[in-house]
Design a protein around this ligand. Structure first.
Ligand SMILES: Cc1ncc(C[n+]2csc(CCOP(=O)(O)OP(=O)(O)O)c2C)c(N)n1
Ligand SMILES: [Mg+2]
Length: 308
C-alpha cells in the first residue's frame, strides 16, 4: 500500500500528501486537477485556525492565516514525509521559525494525519501537546521548538549540514516572518548558509508587511529585502504567497538550484481570508470573539462553496 493511500485510509483525510515526485514546472489549473483540492484544503485549514484560536480565546490569527497556502503546499504537495512515522530519517524537514503561527502548523499536521483533528480544540490548554508556541518535545511532527524569533534559519542550517554529512538527500524548509528579519541572527544565518552552499535549504519569508504592532517599514525597514538576500549569496524568488501555482513553481525552482540556498519571498496579506482581519495589525495576536469567529467561518464557508 502506498503511503498516501495508507494515510488517507487511516485518518479519513482527503488531503493530498507525499507528492514529492511530481514536477510542477509549468503547472496550471488545467494541468493539475489537485489544485482545486489544495484550495479546498486551505479553506479547511483556515477554518481550523479560527476555531482553535476562538476556543482558546488567545493566539495569533493574522500570521497563521497569511501563510496557509505556503504551508499547505509544502505538506500536501512538496514534502516527502510520513505522518505515521514522524521520525523517518529520510523525511524532508519543515521548520516553523515564526513559532507564533503554531495554530497553522497544528492544523496542517492534523489534516496530514499526524494528530487527530479533534485534538486541535486543546490549543493552549493546560497539559495540551498544542502549546501556544511550538514545542518539539511534545508533539511528533514538530521539528523545532520556536517562538523566540530569529532562530529557525540557524537551526535549519544545522539540519541541512547534518543531511550533507550523513549523505541524506532530504531537504529543509524554514518559514520566517518579515518582521522576524529584524533579528540579527537571521543575517548571521544568511551568511553561513551561502558560505556552505546549502542547496538543500529553502527559506520562505511570509512577507505580509506587518509585524506585532505596526508596519515593518515604520518599525524597522527591511527593504530592499530581495536585494539583501541576493547580496548574501542566495538564489531569490519573489512570488504571490497565496497563489499555489507560483508557490509550487518556486519550490521546484529551488530544487533545480545547485550550489546555493534559495529564499522565497512570498508577498502575503496578514489575516488572509477573513475580511475584517485582512491587513489589520490588531489581529496579530488577538482571538476573535464568538460573533467574529462565526462571521469568519461564514465567510470561509462561502468561499469554499465557490470552489465546488
Ligand atoms: C526574539 C523575539 N522578539 C520579539 C518577539 C515578539 N514578537 C512576536 S511576533 C512578533 C512580530 C513578528 O512579525 P512577523 O515576523 O512579520 O510575523 P507575522 O507577521 O508573520 O505574524 C514579535 C516582535 C518574539 N517572539 N521573539
Ligand atoms: Mg509580518
Amino acid at each position: 500500500m502506498s503511503d498516501e493511500k495508507e494515510i488517507s485510509e487511516q485518518t479519513g483525510t482527503s488531503a493530498v500528501v507525499n507528492h514529492a515526485e511530481s514536477s510542477v514546472m509549468g503547472f496550471t489549473d488545467k494541468d493539475c486537477p489537485s489544485l482545486k483540492e489544495l484550495k479546498k484544503t486551505a479553506m479547511t485549514v483556515r477554518r481550523h485556525i479560527i476555531n482553535m484560536i476562538a476556543e482558546a480565546e488567545s493566539g495569533h490569527p493574522g500570521g497563521s492565516l497569511s501563510a496557509v497556502e505556503i504551508v499547505s503546499s509544502l505538506y500536501f504537495k512538496v514534502l516527502r514525509h510520513r505522518p505515521l512515522e514522524p521520525g523517518w530519517p529520510d523525511r524532508d524537514r519543515f521548520i516553523l521559525s515564526k513559532g507564533h503561527a503554531a495554530p497553522l502548523l497544528y492544523a496542517v499536521l492534523a489534516e496530514s494525519g499526524y494528530l487527530p483533528v479533534e485534538e486541535l480544540a486543546t490549543l493552549r490548554k493546560f497539559g495540551s501537546r498544542l502549546q501556544g508556541h511550538t514545542d518539539s518535545t511534545r508533539l511528533p511532527g514538530v521539528e523545532c521548538s520556536s517562538g523566540s524569533l530569529g532562530q529557525g534559519l540557524s537551526f535549519g542550517i544545522g539540519v541541512a549540514l547534518a543531511g550533507r554529512l550523513n549523505n541524506k538527500d532530504y531537504r529543509v524548509f524554514v518559514l520566517m516572518g518579515g518582521g522576524e528579519c529584524d533579528e540579527g541572527q537571521v543575517w548571521e544565518a544568511a551568511m553561513a548558509a551561502a558560505h556552505y552552499g546549502l542547496d538543500n535549504l529553502v527559506g520562505v519569508i511570509d512577507h505580509n508587511e506587518l509585524q506585532i504592532d505596526g508596519l515593518n517599514r515604520e518599525i524597522m525597514n527591511i527593504e530592499p529585502l530581495a536585494d539583501k538576500w541576493r547580496a548574501f549569496g542566495w538564489e531569490v524568488v519573489e512570488i504571490d504567497g497565496h497563489d499555489f501555482v507560483q508557490i509550487l513553481d518556486a519550490f521546484e525552482n529551488a530544487k533545480q538550484t545547485k550550489g546555493q540556498p534559495t529564499m522565497v519571498i512570498a508577498r502575503t496579506v496578514k489575516g488572509k481570508g477573513v475580511s475584517f482581519m485582512e491587513n489589520r495589525v490588531e489581529f496579530h495576536g488577538k482571538a476573535p470573539n464568538r460573533d467574529q469567529a462565526a462571521k469568519a467561518l461564514e465567510e470561509l464557508d462561502r468561499e469554499a462553496k465557490c470552489l465546488n
